[in-house]
Design a protein around this ligand. Structure first.
Ligand SMILES: C[S@@+](CC[C@H](N)C(=O)[O-])C[C@H]1O[C@@H](n2cnc3c(N)ncnc32)[C@H](O)[C@@H]1O
Length: 233
């Protein structure tokens, strides 16, 4: 899947304000609960890990994209390119910020939540966001082009039958003046709140809150934030 190509175009998407406001919500949660030991699942380029570090927190990140982890290493945060299933340490809090859970197909969601449950200490907390149906079908659906720094980027996202398929094309100018074309696809999956709650409960989480969130300033909330607590089975 196109996670590495996404990583290379992420900085041109102009999402800084949105990412900042989303991270602020997660950071408030971490600080208010005084969590000291956090795993950031799908840590991307490590912005949240960096902020945790600045706030004196012990933080570790994982991501499936090697390109994202390269940027984390340059940033000086503790992160590895590895599946969640292979993480052996335990944490007081797990975060999965900015669509990470939407990358998980429905038939793998339970396994992913089990893996999250297993990296948490008893009574540990899990906070994540997912796109609302409005977020996928109205906000994300559509096309955009970007022409910056000798790069031409085309992103075309189509929402249909609970899936958002985003085609990414990058034309990157080479030293010889010619453009190299790369193309890949990312698929994200819509998960409604009742199904998420059902799977989380089966795994051993209590869903303490579900909050609507308006990330992109549209008419309706485009995201939901979930706060879950690990309880003994
Ligand atoms: C939109 S980015 C968000 C990155 C970061 N959390 C942030 O807030 O900036 C989603 C990230 O999830 C990662 N990802 C997708 N599926 C994953 C999985 N199963 N395990 C770990 N990371 C995953 C992608 O590689 C990507 O870096």
């Amino acid at each position: 899947m196109g996670l590495d190509l996404y990583s290379r175009i992420e900085q041109y998407l102009d999402f800084e304000d949105e990412v900042y406001s989303l991270h602020k919500e997660f950071m408030t949660f971490v600080m208010m609960n005084e969590f000291d030991n956090i795993i950031d699942i799908g840590c991307g380029q490590g912005y949240f890990l960096e902020n945790l570090k600045i706030n004196g927190k012990k933080a570790f990140g994982i991501d499936l994209s090697a390109e994202q982890i390269k940027v984390c290493e340059q940033r000086g945060v503790d992160a590895k390119c590895m599946p969640l299933h292979d993480v052996k340490e335990k944490f007081d809090c797990a975060t999965a910020i900015f669509d990470v859970v939407n990358y998980i197909p429905k038939n793998y969601l339970k396994d992913f939540f089990v893996d999250t449950y297993n990296v948490l200490n008893e009574n540990g907390y899990y906070m994540f966001d997912v796109n609302s149906l409005y977020g996928f079908s109205v906000v994300a659906d559509g096309s955009l082009t970007i022409n910056k720094e000798e790069k031409f980027i085309a992103v075309d996202a189509v929402y249909d039958e609970d899936e958002l398929n985003t085609n990414i094309i990058l034309f990157d100018k080479q030293k010889d003046g010619l453009y190299k074309k790369e193309e890949d696809m990312i698929t994200q999956y819509y998960h409604d709140i009742p199904s998420l709650k059902k799977v989380l409960n089966e795994v051993g989480f209590v869903v303490e809150s579900v909050t609507d969130y308006n990330l992109h300033d549209f008419d309706k909330p485009d995201k939901h934030m979930l706060i879950c607590k690990k309880v003994s089975k």
